[in-house]
Design a protein around this ligand. Structure first.
Ligand code: UDX
Length: 415
């Protein structure tokens, strides 16, 4: 159910409003089997055993999560919930929101659960079907019953939803589940900002951040994922969730020391990337850039908080001339930059008259090009890798130079 009639209409026609690999097939399969339908009519909730609340919780002006949509969705359910229905918050919400949801829905607190999702845009379907864990946050009264060995129908209703999905179930208190979602995103964002700080130090010291990553990744205490430095992270979750957690902390009287700078470091990372380009090219004004990638992540058309957008604006402010291509975000690119840049419909199309190449999203297909051909079409055989993910050795072997964040590879004098 959604209040946007247009969105529901398009879904009924089998159109997914955004690009997410595998989602269209899954939706069509569900519709064909009669297990999935769409509506704007909230009264259809009357027959539901479970209602998932999955509305957006964007940043309010003070950095806290704006719960307006959650409140109105909850309130709209009031006359329509069956007496035994369970309400589950999927939206990322500040710790303590479950109590508010119960009050807004006018139901007993024991029927409101938290069930945060850990899906990444671009791999959301497989993250859902093969999750690392399923977290279920249980209201205090049910928690006490369970601890006492009593059965609880409401808990079991929710647990049953995930039958068939092979992953550990983590049943914890509702506030813990609410906070755990923020803790997970903040931990990951922190890792990235820390790696980005290491990259800046590596640049200044002549070290290579990819070597440092290998050393860190081989330590099981650290783990190998989410260590890739670059020109900053983006998306609709990390920046807003980190900000929201810092604001929650302040509301409860604790001034967080580590959390707030995560966003500051990330913000400055795009500026550092542009400064690097400016220094290497001795100025940006009038220079022509080929840009590959605008989405904040591979396999998505989402450009919200994308470092690529910020970098392009910084370059345009300095007088750059840009031709951009992204495999799926071109519609959003046009809406963002209008006449301000030129658009290509392939990677090759960006190269006409380009001086250098900037790669700003880690789309796998950007690695698979013929580097000799690409470099031959650039005025300077120079690639700025904003995600540190390109095959640097292949580019160097083809006679090119690569600058990433914390990494700089040049052909040797002989090649
Ligand atoms: C994130 C969380 O991963 C997910 O669990 C949560 O549910 C929502 O927020 P998402 O923002 O969709 O997911 O994508 P993610 O793959 O986490 O990427 C976020 C940003 O970090 C992207 O800009 C990505 O390019 C960047 N990133 C990721 C890096 O810069 N380096 C890495 O090593 C990994």
């Amino acid at each position: 159910m959604d209040i946007e009639a247009e969105k529901i209409h398009r879904l009924e026609m089998g159109e997914i409003p955004f690009y997410e690999p595998g989602l269209s097939e899954l939706v069509q399969e569900g519709m064909a089997a009669g297990r999935l339908s769409f509506t704007t009519d909230v009264s259809r909730s009357t027959t539901a055993e479970i209602v998932f609340l999955a509305v957006g919780t964007p940043s309010a002006e003070d950095g806290s999560a704006d719960l307006t949509f959650l409140e109105s969705a909850s309130r709209s359910l009031v006359p329509h919930l069956s007496p035994s229905a369970v309400v589950v918050t999927k939206s990322t919400v500040p710790v303590g929101t479950g109590e508010k949801v119960a009050a807004w829905c006018e139901i007993d607190d024991a029927r409101v659960f938290s069930n945060p999702e850990f899906l990444r845009e671009g791999s959301a379907v497989s993250d859902f079907l093969y999750p690392d864990r399923i977290v279920i946050g249980i209201p205090a009264s049910s928690f006490a019953r369970r601890e006492g060995g009593f059965e609880d129908g409401a808990v079991d209703t929710l647990v049953k939803v995930y039958i068939g999905i092979d992953a550990p179930r983590i049943l914890i208190s509702r506030p813990s589940a609410e906070l755990a979602k923020y803790a997970a995103n903040t931990m990951l964002a922190m890792r990235l900002s820390l790696m980005n700080e290491f990259a800046t130090i590596a640049d200044a010291a002549g070290a290579d951040i990819l070597d440092i990553e290998r050393v860190l990744a081989s330590d099981p205490r650290i783990g190998s994922k989410f260590l890739r430095a670059g020109a900053g992270f983006g998306g609709s979750c990390f920046p807003k969730d980190v900000l929201s957690l810092a604001t929650t902390a302040r509301h409860i009287g604790y001034d967080p020391k580590l959390i707030a700078p995560i966003i500051q470091v990330n913000h400055e990372q795009a500026e550092r990337f542009v400064k690097k380009i400016e220094e290497r090219l001795v100025g940006i004004s009038g220079k022509r850039f080929a840009v590959w990638g605008l989405a904040f992540n591979r396999n998505t058309d989402d450009i919200r908080e994308s470092p690529a957008v910020r970098i392009m604006h910084l370059l345009l402010d300095r007088g750059a001339v840009i031709t951009v291509y992204d495999p799926s975000a071109m519609k959003h690119a046009r809406a963002e930059f209008g006449e301000g840049v030129m658009y290509a419909d392939s990677v090759e199309g960006t190269l006409t008259d380009a001086e250098v190449l900037l790669v700003l999203t880690e789309w796998p297909e950007f690695c698979e090009v013929n580097w000799k051909d690409v470099l031959a079409r650039l005025k300077i055989p120079l690639v700025f890798d904003g995600k540190n993910f390109l095959p640097h050795e292949a580019i160097v072997t083809a006679g090119g130079e690569v600058m990433g964040m914390g990494v700089w590879k040049k052909p040797s004098a002989r090649s």
